[in-house]
Write a protein that binds this ligand. Structure first.
Ligand code: PEP
Ligand code: MG
Length: 591
């Protein structure tokens, strides 16, 4: 058997290829000085390298705009601006002119000064800007030193599985999906910007490997499973057969799934489930619709802020929300307000460095403190409500006061729009993501102020079990089938029913066969799943009876361990669903 490494799934799909290491790191720069009469030539060389970098970035930006949309392409603007920034350019030129440093040495030193300065003055909030700066530094230094550009491979070198410590958005977008078939990294999370871009480009990715320098060699054959979160290096015949068969099965299945996407998400005994899509980018709306989404259960809006050096304008947001809303006429579209903090720090917000960012200034807490950021988002949503059935989804709410405050703000922004004569609708709904035990336990109080609940199991599991969802070392402890989670799901479902408000689930749990089975069994009839999973989950829903799901859910609720919960579900679903075909992380059928 090949050597198996486990990480965390970040982008779906199965990839076969040869390992190629990508060291996107600042190269070693020789300690070289120049003679005074070489200054002009050295300055010319430096400027030429900047010019080349500008050309490259513009090319990548254009490519990103073509493949992913103009809005997404804006993540490259900070680097393009840095290329004209006098602190970057002038600072380096001075070191060449006055200290007679060779261009690479001068540039590296200047970058170091800036990184130190920024890191000291504004701590965690500049993470993104530091990443941009480092990205630029690596690109320009490789050019100045005459090294080949990292991350660029010819067609004949593929198919490749790229192994790196971490990646950046620019790198991910510049990769050709025909050559780079998979990505494996030690750092980064599913919500890292580059991972979002990998998903949009259909490149399978796994993050959070503990050590990839151990037994993973350049040129080795490998298989990457982006759904399970696994890298098999040097696979033997058996591995190859298992995965090839799985690939064939997925292809056959995909054909079948195309047919399924046109059918209703209805159980064998006639219960309709609203099956909606989770989107990370507006450009995914069409793909979600083609795969049969009946609306959008979670539109994450962080793409508008992460990696940006300026707040997104109301107009730009309005266009994005309108685009998604209009893609789903007569269907519900849940727009989640900015979920910043945790691992997402935009460079324009002064976010303090925190010991525990996931327990810190995050999500609704940030929005309610940073009204300059929040108010334009609310206005943009109110305006987009004219075009469809919009629902405002607030992340990480613990307390009714937070909901009451948002209602107040909405009324104030309605007045602003009215005074400006701008059209908006008041028919939107307002609700919360239930993603902390506080919200789940206090659901009855919250229900009095909310039009709906959407359960965010990704965070609910993390906060209930006190297990960091982005720590691959703890992946086996991160179990959504823990009895404490199942009981909270049940509690929120019951409270929602009693209050007459819709309860949906938009965490990854809903996108797994056993998860969907459990949730429907708990009388949750609205699920929102990552858009690539839509047809599979629809097929699952069409394969079982609600009565069986309820029976299994009752057994799961009486279970005392996660294993008993899973067993109850596996037995309950029986032969109705071929779990082996899914091989999801919690479906017990990983080869
Ligand atoms: C969740 O926490 O379950 C959720 C859907 O939100 P995110 O994954 O963006 O934190
Ligand atoms: Mg969440």
């Amino acid at each position: 058997m090949g050597r198996t490494h486990d990480g965390l799934p970040a982008s779906e799909g199965l990839a076969f290829g040869r390992i190629r290491r990508l060291d996107w790191e600042v190269p070693r720069v020789p300690d070289r000085s120049i003679e005074p009469d070489q200054v002009e030539a050295e300055l010319d060389e430096f400027r030429a390298a900047l010019e080349w970098a500008r050309g490259r970035l513009e090319q990548i930006r254009e490519e990103a705009a073509r493949r992913l949309g103009e809005m997404e392409a804006r993540i490259f603007d900070p680097q393009l601006l840095m290329l004209r920034d006098s602190e970057v350019v002038g600072g380096t030129e001075k070191l060449i002119e006055r200290n007679h440093f060779a261009a690479p040495r001068a540039f590296q030193l200047r970058m170091l000064e800036l990184k130190t300065l920024w890191a000291r003055t504004s701590s965690a909030m500049v993470l993104d800007r530091l990443n941009d700066l480092e990205d630029l530094e690596v690109r320009v230094l490789h050019r100045l030193l005459g090294h080949p550009e990292p991350g660029v491979w010819a067609d004949e070198e593929g198919p490749l599985i790229v192994v790196a410590r971490n990646l950046t958005p620019t790198l991910t977008v510049q990769m050709d999906p025909d050559v780079v078939r998979g990505l494996a990294t030690e750092q980064g999370t599913r919500t890292s910007h580059w991972a979002i871009l990998a998903r949009s480009q259909g490149i399978p990715a796994v993050v959070g490997f503990v050590r990839l320098d151990n037994g993973v060699e350049e040129g080795q054959e490998a298989i990457l499973d982006g759904r399970v979160g696994r890298l098999v290096v040097d696979p033997d015949e058996r591995d190859r057969t298992v995965y090839r068969e799985r690939q064939v099965r997925i292809r056959e299945w995909e054909e079948e799934l195309v047919q399924i996407s046109r059918l209703d998400a209805i159980t064998l005994d006639g219960h309709l489930v609203s099956l909606r899509a989770n989107l990370d980018l507006p450009s995914e709306a069409e793909r979600a619709r083609d795969r049969g989404a009946e609306g959008v259960g979670l539109f994450r809006t962080e793409f508008l802020v992460v990696g940006r050096n300026a707040m997104p304008g109301e107009e730009e947001q309005y266009e994005a929300y309108r685009h998604v809303t209009e893609s789903f006429p007569n269907r519900a579209v849940f727009i989640r307000t900015f979920d910043l903090g945790g691992d997402k720090f935009p460079s324009f917000l002064h976010m303090p460095a925190e010991e525990n960012p996931f327990l810190g200034w995050r999500a609704i807490r940030v929005c309610l403190d940073e009204l300059e950021l929040f108010r334009p988002q609310l206005r943009a949503i109110l305006r987009a409500s004219v075009h469809g059935d919009l629902r405002i989804l607030l992340p990480m709410v613990n307390d009714v006061a937070e909901v009451i405050r948002v209602r107040e703000l909405l009324r104030e922004e309605e007045a602003v729009l009215r005074s400006r004569g701008i059209a908006f609708s008041t028919s939107y709904k307002l609700g919360i993501l239930v993603e902390t035990p506080a919200a789940a336990l206090d659901a009855a109080e919250l229900a009095r102020h909310c039009d709906f609940f959407s359960i965010g199991t990704n965070d609910l599991v993390q906060y209930t079990l006190a297990v960091d969802r982005s720590n691959a070392r703890l992946a086996n402890l991160y179990n959504p089938f823990h009895p404490s989670v199942v009981r909270q799901l049940h509690q929120v479902s019951r409270v929602g029913q009693a209050a007459g408000i819709e309860v949906s689930v938009c965490g990854e749990l809903a996108g797994t066969p056993l998860g969907a089975f459990l949730l429907v069994g708990l009388d949750i009839h609205a699920l929102s799943v990552a858009w690539p999973n839509l047809p599979e989950i629809k097929k699952v829903i069409r394969s079982f009876r609600v009565e069986d799901a309820r029976k299994a859910a009752r057994r799961a609720l009486a279970a005392s361990t996660s294993e008993e919960v899973t067993q109850a579900l596996v037995e309950g679903i029986g032969d109705a669903v071929d779990l082996a075909a899914f091989s999801g992380r919690w479906s017990l059928s990983i080869p």
